[in-house]
Design a protein around this ligand. Sequence first.
Ligand code: ADP
Ligand code: ADP
Length: 217
Amino acid sequence: MIRFERVTKRYPGGHEALADVSFEIRHGELVVLGGHSGAGKSTLIKLIAALEKPTAGKVWVSGQDVGSLRPNQVPYLRRSLGLVMQEHRLLTDRTVFDNVMLPLLVTGYPPKDAAKRVRVALDKVGMGAFEQVMPMTLSGGEQHRVAIARAIVNRPSVLIADEPTAHLDPAYAREIAALFRSFHQAGVTILLATHDETLFSPYGSRRIELDHGRLVA
Ligand code: ADP
Ligand code: ADP
């Protein structure tokens, strides 16, 4: 489903954020991506979503070489992934409901079914009561849960999350971890970057670890 082939990423003027990284994630796996702050976890995720390009090597997602996609193909890649990034970019001039509706509008979902799906997604993350609220009035953790709802509303076959439990209090973090587990049990392929590895270790997930841009486990 996801394959890195000797991938190196060097930012302009910087050192190597990723150095010669190779690994593979198979369909239906739940993989936890660990490593210290600055190890390269966000960079790895950005390469999968074509938010950055590799300096060397290849990134494959569902059989496609992400680095060779034309600009007009990139939106299709992103729509096939459920992405939860750290800067979650909720639209501040729209309600929670409309933010979560957005991916369904883009794919031309019938409005009535779409509204139902939005409510299901918001209920899953415990934000059902907030659908008419503007995102800026929510706490960081609540905004993060809305971003997770937005990422799953399309029922993507691959879900990728960068520190999905980082801003949450422990009870919500456990709930979100259980939520990811339920997606995994439903057959979704999942890659999670997290410091909170103990949250996911009971689920017998596979673990890969970065250290200063190198894959060490
Ligand atoms: P993590 O997600 O594990 O904290 P990152 O992928 O964010 O790690 O960062 C890896 C390294 O790349 C760090 O040294 C970071 O400072 C650097 N880096 C990340 N983004 C950029 C950028 N846009 N420009 C320059 N350096 C960057
Ligand atoms: P463009 O500017 O080329 O339209 P965007 O960066 O706005 O591309 O993102 C396109 C799609 O990728 C969005 O519909 C969104 O679902 C997804 N996406 C991009 N960045 C993020 C992010 N930080 N968090 C969640 N989804 C994102």
